[in-house]
Design a protein around this ligand. Structure first.
Ligand SMILES: C[S@@+](CC[C@H](N)C(=O)[O-])C[C@H]1O[C@@H](n2cnc3c(N)ncnc32)[C@H](O)[C@@H]1O
Length: 260
């Protein structure tokens, strides 16, 4: 069953992590966010809103269509007076136009029903010369082989049916680029990113994270017994290789589009 973003049970699923310093560095390389007005669309529990604030953004706005996500984001961002959160849809945010220097849509576009409407809305919200950053996984990213860092790779090794699920919902690079240009953006740059997702002190901590399906919508497609089998498989693979902390990394594609 697909993840229900609106369920109270999933309130904290995108709230507990911290963005890795390497993510901040990769974004800062695309655009200097210091002193800027930033919008994070589909912000979940605000992990990347807090990262932008820590990077020196003047004002950060997080928007998500799930009241539960926004509740968690507000709770976790109490110490960040420069961040404000709103409930709203990425396709029609109802926020005033031309007010943001930078917009991020991270791990969002495979969930939206109309990519062009989503990108048109981002274009409307950006100031002239504003930068729109889309971070998502293409099928090429997903099919990277599993190892002690690329834990997600095991999901697809054990359950090839999950590849079909991803293939059905992940736009390819060409589609993302063409849709950005169609929405009005003048230039689109693309780069690959290997993001450190989380560092676990040991295998037990990783197993707990996987059992809770934390921050991994694809695991909601598995039944409890299927998930149990997957965790067992991962444990067996990693037990041979990992004696200490586990550094989990994910492969991503990042598109940076500029408004004229
Ligand atoms: C996979 S999570 C990513 C959360 C956050 N961007 C991150 O990277 O940690 C996707 C988020 O997008 C939100 N979402 C999905 N469709 C949306 C839409 N049409 N409008 C606004 N938010 C949406 C979900 O509620 C969820 O919080």
């Amino acid at each position: 069953m697909p993840i229900d973003f609106h369920s109270k049970a999933n309130r904290y699923t995108y709230a507990g992590r911290r963005a890795d310093p390497s993510w901040k560095a990769a974004i800062q390389e695309i655009v200097d966010v210091r002193g800027k007005d930033v919008l994070d669309v589909g912000c979940g529990g605000g992990i990347y809103c807090r990262a932008f604030a820590e990077m020196g953004a003047k004002r950060v706005t997080g928007i998500d269509f799930s009241k539960e996500m926004i509740r968690a984001a507000q709770e976790k961002s109490k110490d960040y007076p420069q961040i404000a959160f709103f409930v709203g849809d990425a396709l029609d945010t109802r926020l005033p136009g031309s007010q943001y220097d930078v917009i991020l849509e991270r791990a969002l576009i495979h969930h939206v029903t109309d990519l062009e409407a989503c990108f048109r809305e981002a274009y409307r919200l950006l100031k002239p010369q504003g930068v729109f950053i889309v971070q998502s996984r293409t099928l090429k990213n997903i099919l990277q082989p599993p190892n002690e860092h690329h834990i997600r790779g095991y999901f697809f090794e054990v359950y090839p049916k999950l590849v079909d699920k991803e293939a059905g919902r992940r736009p390819d690079s060409q589609t993302v680029k063409e849709t950005l240009l169609k929405a009005g953006f003048r230039t689109v740059d693309e780069k690959e990113l290997c993001e450190t997702r989380k560092i676990y002190s040991d295998l037990e901590e990783l197993k707990k994270d996987l059992s809770a399906r934390t921050g991994r919508s694809i695991l909601h497609e598995l039944t409890d017994p299927e998930l149990e089998r997957l965790i067992q498989h991962i444990s067996e693979r990693l037990r041979q290789r990992c004696t200490k902390e586990i550094i989990e990394q994910d492969y991503w594609t990042v598109w940076a589009a500029k408004k004229a």
